[in-house]
Design a protein around this ligand. Structure first.
Ligand code: BDP
Length: 703
């Protein structure tokens, strides 16, 4: 074994350990604990003898090191890495073969050849992903005789967006401080950086934006660039490219230019020079992510230019190096009479076809802002000539932070599987994003990261599943939420069939439960001001009208909900006629979207047989009750789950129960002031008054 490999293994071993005792969650789904079922373990161990390393490269070295580490832990025996096969049985052969029939360079092909196992791909990156898949096969207890998997990622850039700041804080981060220890970088390389890269590579994530979209220009200085370079060096052997968020005003802030006008030659030159400087340090740098003219960030509109002018200037600077600019479509205006829902479409659709080929537009899954449930953004499908990237939020900004157990795969899938009808039936959002619908030659899916410095990376143990699910769906959006839930649970918590079934159900129902006790029937944006935690449906004054709750729910004596049909803002017109037909009629609009599009009378009878008011109460009460049920169900898996992980989830569920009651009482008591209807039987009126609840919300907002 080469010395460098020994060092890697030593570091991996130290960080990830093989301890069978209490589990602090650090190892995520890459636990590699000894397989409990002895017969099964013996079978695997008997079938596997060596790892045949294939052509040398840093990425191949990561693949072999991971296989060796994983097999050692799972099988309890050391598996040698050799340059050639010894004997004709039990070799895991890593093979780079450009003629492999795979859709792209990152795919892999796993198969059995006689008594050997082959991990084949066109490139070393494919082999790396295949190696993790081979381990997953064993980790999830599948028979080696059935090894046969051919897959290629459907999306090219599978990226995390970190909203991490220079001072170590994270915008909307609920798992401690930033993973990046900026003050110690570039000299000190925390072993976590490599473990982060391993975890990402294991689920196919190949790009990371290391800093916040509300970007400090400081990241582009000679102080910070070497720090980003140091991270890029750690991530490279795991196939991960680094991107940076940039501050559009950097030429003015750092360059001493009086302007950042994208059409000013001096400004363009400044970006060209800066980009060249970045590529000198990070030759495989991915490109820039930009939030411009949004929530106070600088941008091209400050100079009377449009988003494409800004994006194209940066695209031009990046083009010689093969970099991409990813321009965010998250924009909205503070217009009390407008509809925030419509802004991104209105600003971006007219620009379709004006972006340079190496520019992409990144669109949040829904039209407002990562609510527990949103209809898909009408921009998807509407820009056939501009590659649109998907932006999901993995961090739980509007989903109860890290005290709430909310599995997000169903939310991601709901959006991806939505039909835009833009080119007829079957024009799903997924097909827009993976480029098949409009033949985009660039494709990307981003997830706002939920990682932090907490020992278990994500705060809530179950939130690890969201990082995992994001990566798996970015690779293959056709995977089901259930399959991903099972896979993750088997690798992370337990394989015992009953507990596995219970945990899978808990995962699958958790998001709907959350929607029910916070924003049922299409309510949205009624959470606590600025913190975005807890209920505050009464919020009527804020710095901007579209930051209040009343702007969105519009509760009044005549009913509740935002009329977005022709009689209201007509945002619905931004969708294809088939979608308008589905959602446009309050009598047939699916209940999950009802109050997104309609202002509905309190006493209107719904398809459930209940009036709107009764249904709303029903959902708030049942949603809250479902958390109590989650607690009970979780208690049953105690014997099968590591005690430390079990206790972590149990404790957080208890907090979630308290928070659900807070939501329920706040919302039913507040909306009752308008409906003037009683809480329906069998539910009991909350014991607290609305004034008491308002005080709780107010305390949360104290600094
Ligand atoms: C909102 C967040 C804010 C982000 C913004 C964005 O509240 O902190 O900066 O989105 O995505 O959800 O730019």
């Amino acid at each position: 074994m080469k010395r460098s490999l020994q060092v890697i293994l030593l570091v991996l071993g130290t960080c990830f350990g093989f301890s069978a005792s209490a589990d602090d969650g650090y190892r995520l789904w890459l636990k590699y604990d000894l397989i409990k079922n002895e017969a099964q373990r013996k079978q695997y161990a008997g079938a596997i003898k060596t790892i045949v390393s294939g052509p040398a490269s840093p990425i191949m070295q990561s693949a072999t090191a991971e296989l060796q580490l994983g097999l050692q832990g799972l099988l309890g025996k050391s598996v040698a890495i050799q340059p050639t096969a010894s004997g004709s049985a039990g070799n895991i052969i890593l093979k780079i073969d450009p003629t492999e029939k795979l859709a792209n360079d990152e795919g892999y092909h796993l198969y059995k050849k006689g008594s050997d196992f082959v991990i084949a791909a066109k490139t070393d990156k494919g082999v790396l992903y295949g190696s993790f898949a081979f381990l997953r096969h064993i980790q999830t207890g599948q028979p080696l005789g059935e090894l046969a998997e051919t897959t290629s990622p459907k999306i090219q850039l599978r990226m995390l967006n970190h909203w991490d700041n220079t001072n170590g804080s994270i915008e909307r981060g609920y798992a401690g401080a930033s993973l990046w220890k900026w003050f110690e970088l570039p000299e000190n390389l925390d072993p976590r950086y490599m473990d982060y890269a391993r975890a990402n590579a294991s689920i196919g994530i190949n790009s990371t934006v290391v800093n916040n979209v509300n970007a400090s220009a400081r990241f582009l200085t000679p102080e910070y660039l070497p720090k980003v370079q140091a991270l890029a060096n750690v991530f490279r052997p795991y196939g991960i490219k680094v991107f940076m968020s940039i501050n559009f005003a950097a030429p003015r802030i750092l360059g001493g230019l009086g302007t950042s006008d994208p059409l000013d030659p001096k400004v363009r030159q400044w970006w060209a020079d800066k980009t060249k400087e970045i590529y000198a340090a990070i030759p495989d740098f991915g490109g820039f992510l930009v939030k411009a003219n949004s929530e106070g960030q600088p941008g091209p509109q400050d100079y009377g230019r449009n988003h494409a002018d800004g994006a194209n200037m940066l695209a031009e600077a990046l083009a010689p190096f093969g970099g991409v600019v990813i321009w965010r479509a998250f924009v909205y205006k503070a217009d009390p009479n407008g509809d925030r829902f419509k802004t991104a479409y209105e600003e971006f659709k007219p620009l379709d076809g004006t972006f340079k080929p190496n520019a992409m537009v990144q669109v949040k899954n829904g039209p407002i802002d990562f609510q527990p449930r949103e209809p898909f953004s009408p921009l998807f499908g509407a820009m056939p000539k501009t590659p649109l990237a998907m932006e999901f939020q993995i961090t739980q900004e509007y989903l109860g932070f890290s005290t709430n157990f909310v599995y997000l795969a169903p939310l991601f899938k709901e959006c991806l599987d939505s039909d835009t009808y833009i080119k007829g039936k079957g024009s799903t959002v997924a097909k827009v994003v993976d480029g098949t619908l409009h033949r985009y030659d660039k494709t990307a899916m981003a997830g706002v990261a939920n990682t932090g410095s907490d020992r278990n990376w994500t705060g809530h143990t179950m939130s690890q599943a969201n990082w995992y699910a994001f990566g798996r769906l970015a690779w293959d959006h056709t995977l089901s939420s259930e399959a991903i839930a099972q896979e993750w649970t088997k690798m992370t918590l337990t394989q015992e069939p009953k507990a596995l079934a219970t945990i899978t159900d808990l995962l699958l129902n958790s998001r709907e439960n959350y929607v029910n006790f916070t924003t049922p029937l299409g309510l949205h944006h009624i959470m606590g001001e600025s913190l975005h935690f807890g209920p505050q449906p009464w919020l009527a004054k804020s710095a901007r009208p579209d930051w209040t709750a009343v702007y969105y729910h519009r509760a009044a004596a005549d009913g509740i909900g935002f009329d977005r049909t022709k009689t209201g803002s007509n945002a619905l017109a931004q969708y294809a006629p088939e979608v308008q037909a589905q959602w446009g009629d309050p009598d047939t609009c699916p209940l999950p979207y009802l109050l997104w599009f309609h202002h509905v009378a309190w006493d209107k009878k719904l398809s459930t047989g209940r009036t709107l008011w009764d249904e709303l109460c029903h959902r708030y009460y049942e949603g809250t009750q479902s958390v109590a049920q989650m607690q009970k169900d979780w208690a049953t898996v105690k014997p099968e789950v590591d005690p430390e992980l079990f206790a972590d989830v149990a404790g957080r569920l208890a907090a979630q129960r308290r928070e659900a009651l807070w939501w329920r009482d706040a919302c039913v008591l507040y909306f009752q002031e308008f409906s003037k209807m009683p809480i329906p039987a069998p539910y009991q009126k909350p014991e607290r008054t609305l004034e008491e609840i308002k005080k709780i919300t107010a305390t949360y907002q104290l600094r």
